[in-house]
Design a protein around this ligand. Structure first.
Ligand SMILES: [Zn+2]
Length: 458
């Protein structure tokens, strides 16, 4: 009792000292990401998004709403969302009307919402934005819309394009859980991340219960067919393939279960409650949308398509479950995805890892000078992040030994599951896990140096 009383007295003293609450001010219009300074917004932390998205194929018209619960991380007089290509129809905060305005952003627009009363710090609030637009209308920034010959679409929102579907806090550091209610007319199917909870009157409801960054949304309305399977320890698998091509893709998507078992042997349990791939002719690349990786049909004309399937699967741990703190940390996504896909290839009759990494070593020095080193890239999408990131892991493995390397990678995805982590976190984690303080300087030289450090066998 006495102890409790003393603590209460201290708490009272502290609250007296901090009795003057901060004056409410607008949340910042960006989070200061080194590569995308105005991406995301400050002053609040989204907990859950509930997105309704009603899409009409062929005309590409859509309307919808995004309702989210968030916690104010400062006293807010106003806050921003990222948006691009929407007509805003209505905005409410805590059920009451709010005023709003649109202004140009670095990529897309900033939607500034001013609630009727300021939002106190640390207190949860709810906001809802209703909107409409057209998928093919011009966007201020890069669009995430991908259109197939079926009159449908699939979302490829990485890295800053989720805001072309709905207003959102579009930075990977603000992960949230999600509900998607996607409307698909007769003859089409809807997709989204997570588990399908039900279909009613053309509305498909999905729940993604593990936190997800907005860049990984997997909404689509397509002429597709769901194919089902089972992964290790009864993990439910569901895939979406083009209608009429079920026979071609059934054996391909069936390879997923074995790939998951291969990855689980290295990283531990698959981090989400379901997985699958969406094969869509309207897309030409491959993307690790959380629980539902998106692939263009073109990949499957190549003999080594399984390398790409493994690349996107590895991202479910590295990138999706453990998400980079900023976009400058993107080598933490692409390095492991390239590295383990190369390991998979080597084990399945492809190029040896040593030969492959010798080639990367030769090329990376020039790339460092132009595009920046793997840990400080000047932009996304480059060789420095992808193959360069894989070479950093190869060097770490060579230096630390196989057993320590495997421990570093496995414990990394356990330690930061459902969270965000930075390059600095990885350096500290690797040195600590291997009990090798010298790995700090070793990794810094590889990640931030202007030239490749020496490496045995190169
Ligand atoms: Zn990748």
């Amino acid at each position: 009792m006495k102890r409790k009383f003393a603590l209460l007295a201290i708490a009272a003293l502290l609250s007296t000292a901090a009795a003057v609450p901060a004056e409410p001010s607008p949340g910042s219009p960006g989070l200061g990401d080194p590569l995308f300074p105005t991406l995301g917004n400050g002053g609040y932390d989204v907990r859950h998004y509930d997105v309704s998205f009603d899409f009409t194929p062929v005309t590409y018209d859509f309307s919808g709403s995004v309702r989210f619960t968030a916690k104010a991380t400062q006293a807010l007089s106003a806050f921003n969302l990222d948006t691009d290509g929407h007509t805003i129809d209505a905005v409410t905060v805590n059920g009451g009307p709010a005023t709003w305005s649109l202004s140009p952003g670095q990529s897309g627009q900033e939607l500034t919402v001013t609630p009727a009363a300021p939002l106190p710090e640390h207190v949860p609030f709810e906001a809802e934005i209703r909107f409409h637009g057209n998928g093919k209308a011009p966007r201020a920034g890069l669009t995430g819309w991908r259109f197939g010959p079926d009159g449908g679409f699939a979302a490829a929102a990485q890295s800053s394009r989720a805001d072309t579907f709905f207003p959102v806090n579009d930075h990977p550091s603000d992960k949230a859980t999600w509900t998607f209610r996607v409307t698909a007319p007769e003859g089409y199917v809807a997709t989204a991340n997570g588990e399908l909870r039900g279909r009613r009157g053309g509305v498909w409801t999905f729940e993604e219960r593990e936190p997800m960054a907005s860049e990984l949304i997997g909404i689509a309305v397509v002429k597709g067919t769901y194919l089902y399977g089972e992964g290790p320890h009864a993990l439910p698998l569901r895939h979406v393939v083009p209608q009429g091509q079920e026979a071609r893709y059934a054996p391909i998507v069936a390879e997923t279960a074995g790939q998951i078992a291969w990855a689980e042997a290295r990283f531990g349990r698959f981090p989400f409650s379901t997985y699958g791939i969406h094969v869509y002719p309207g897309y030409s690349d491959a993307l690790e949308n959380q629980t539902l990786s998106l692939f263009g049909t073109g990949w499957f004309d190549r003999p080594a398509y399984s390398n790409t399937m493994v690349h996107e699967l590895v991202h479910q741990w590295f990138g999706d479950s453990v998400t980079p703190a900023t976009w400058q940390d993107a080598w933490l996504n692409e390095g492991p995805a390239v590295y383990y896909a190369a390991l998979w290839a080597e084990e399945h009759g492809g190029q040896s890892m040593t030969d492959r990494m010798r080639g990367v070593y030769a090329k990376l020095d020039q790339v460092r000078a132009v595009d920046g080193p793997p840990g400080r890239p000047k932009a996304l999408g480059g060789y420095n992040i992808y193959d360069g990131g894989a070479l950093v892991l190869h060097a770490l493995r060579t230096e630390a030994g196989d057993a320590a390397f495997d421990r570093i990678m496995r414990r990394w995805v356990q330690r930061h599951k459902d969270g965000n982590a930075s390059t600095e976190d990885f350096i500290a984690h690797a040195a600590g896990t291997a009990h090798r303080p010298d790995l700090d300087g070793f990794l810094r030289a590889w990640l931030y140096g202007a030239q490749n450090p020496p490496l045995e066998g190169m």
